[in-house]
Design a protein around this ligand. Structure first.
Ligand code: ME8
Length: 512
């Protein structure tokens, strides 16, 4: 049996989850569900990043101890994911003892291998990024990511010899041309490496909210250094070597483009320094943009201050799912191409909802059930092996599978929706509702039911509850998730003779 290990970044607990986090998590969830449908053993990891100055500051602002604050916000992420039907296999918190142990054993190894040394660090620091910048990297004297002022910092700490890995990283990139995708992001990472790597400061004495350095208890590890290791902790690094070897290095890291350097330069080098293989697959996605800007916490706070335009709550995942339904929001997030930036707007959700869900999928389900009721006594006929839909379904099955496999849910769903469109066109051209009951009507309706069965299978990673409901309405037993692709998605699987039930509209049309 194949194995598939996928991760999201672990999110900071300095603030509440928003739709940008949901974008990554829903995509990872749908891709994980696809691989389960393929019959693979899947491990889907997400979690929260709970150390560092930023979290300590947020806790202090709320008059709380850092751990109590982390408990509260981490729980909000879990609640958000349960509200979006996210089926993760593990939710890691970096404050857990298992993570502290793994970080200490990983970095002790790097230290023992001679890649960590002591030195004095001075530089311009952004607290929000938890990262140092050079003068040239600043924009108008401010942090290039947050646009907020940076501060001068000086401290004695330990350094990781990132500079020692430039050649090995370039070699690794050469030998693994597909490791970082898309190609534009691979080039960006290569640009960082070729631009020159410097040793990086990886410990702090200025604050204590972090994993203690095992060989020097005056220091804690810098939060990025502990955070990246979560991917190894969760599969047993340092505690269960057999388990670790089963899952590593063939991981798929999904991440936003602003953390490319950490994942595509630092992390592979850290792995090399610890004597393990670098992660095999890194997929760097774009941002959801809101009025052309990254939909960030900072921006949301600003929006909340100028609430006439749009309130912060409009982009919190639960407000959207309460308004449109869980699967409609999942679908919307999955239709934004993963590799590039996409505009995100309320009007955009309404437009896509009406076009794809209300008019196309919802309409097909309702029409088929109604006409099967009036022309076939409510019993679904078997599909026609010569239906024009059979050829579309064959094509769509192959295309959707390839698209899911290359981390392109938007293309997989685009292909799947061609089958819905084909079924709607068949109904419109043959107008079974005007025909006398008989073999001709049966052939059309049986084929439309078969198209719905295949759509419910192929779209189930995106819209699990809706697809299970379609499955039930066309009379199939169990849920699509009990089945396997590609075999069960071949034309002819709908047996006929099943009771087809009508129900409330799946996606009532929106007027706003
Ligand atoms: O960076 N569009 O955590 P974070 C798309 N703790 N994705 C977005 C987004 C947007 N507008 N805004 C956020 C951290 N994201 C670190 C990660 S990993 C070892 C440590 C998503 O809470 C996207 O996945 O700032 C991005 O990379 C992540 O949230 C950043 O979350």
């Amino acid at each position: 049996m194949g194995r598939f290990f996928i991760t999201t970044p672990i999110y900071y607990v300095n603030d509440a989850p928003h739709v940008g986090h949901a974008y990554t998590t829903v995509n990872a969830d749908a891709i994980a569900r696809w691989h389960r449908l393929c019959g693979e053993e899947v491990f889907f990891l997400t979690g929260t990043d709970e150390h560092g100055a930023k979290v300590a500051e947020s806790a202090a602002e709320h008059d709380m101890a850092p751990l109590a604050w982390a408990d509260r916000t981490s729980a909000r992420f879990k609640a958000a994911w349960s509200g979006l039907d996210i089926a993760y296999d593990d939710f890691i918190r970096t404050t857990e003892p298992r993570h502290h142990r793994a970080v200490q054993s990983f970095l002790q190894r790097v230290y023992d291998n001679g890649y960590i040394e002591k030195g004095l660090y001075q530089g311009l620091y952004c607290v929000r990024c938890e990262d140092y910048y050079t003068e040239e990297q600043l924009i108008g004297g401010n942090c290039p990511v947050h646009g907020t002022p940076v501060s001068f910092m000086e401290e004695e700490n330990y350094f990781f010899r990132l500079d020692a890995f430039a050649d090995r990283l370039l070699e690794w990139y050469e030998e693994h041309p597909e490791a970082v995708r898309p190609a534009t992001k691979r080039n960006e990472a290569l640009g960082f490496i070729k631009g020159g790597l410097q040793r990086i400061s990886i410990t702090r004495t200025s604050m204590h909210w972090g994993v203690p350095v095992p060989w020097d208890d005056a220091h804690v590890f810098y939060v990025w250094y502990d955070a990246l290791i979560n991917y190894a902790t969760a599969i047993g690094y340092g505690s269960d070597e057999e388990r670790f070897a089963r899952w590593w290095p063939s991981v798929h890291h999904l991440l936003g483009k602003e953390i490319l350097r950490f994942h595509c330069v630092w992390w592979p080098a850290m792995c090399m320094a610890a004597g393990i293989e670098p992660p095999a697959n890194l997929f760097v996605h774009g941002w959801l943009l809101f009025g052309g800007e990254k939909l960030s916490k900072t921006m949301l706070q600003r929006l909340a201050r100028s609430a006439e335009e749009l309130a912060i709550t409009d982009v919190a995942p639960d407000v959207l799912t309460d308004d449109f339904g869980v699967d409609a929001i999942r679908y919307h997030l999955l239709r934004a191409p993963l590799g590039s930036d996409s505009e995100f707007s309320y009007d955009g959700i309404v437009a896509r909802y009406n076009a794809d869900l209300a008019n196309n999928l919802g309409n097909l389900v309702a029409r088929v059930a109604t006409v099967v009721g009036s022309k076939c006594g409510g019993i679904g006929p078997a599909p026609d092996p010569r239906s024009p839909l059979a050829a579309i379904a064959d094509e769509v099955r192959v295309e959707a599978a390839a698209a899911w496999a290359r981390f392109a849910p938007h293309d997989a769903l685009g292909a799947t929706w061609r089958l819905i469109g084909g079924a709607n066109s068949l109904l419109e051209s043959s107008e079974p509702w005007k025909m006398e009951p008989g073999p001709e009507v049966d052939a059309v309706l049986g084929s439309a039911l078969e198209a719905l069965r295949i759509v419910a299978l192929l779209a189930s990673p995106a819209m699990p509850a809706t697809c299970a409901e379609i499955w039930r309405r066309i009379g199939m037993a169990g849920t699509p998730e009990d089945r396997r692709v590609p075999d069960d998605a071949r034309w002819g699987g709908y047996p006929g003779g099943l009771a087809v039930s009508k129900g409330d509209p799946l996606f009532p049309r929106r007027r706003d």
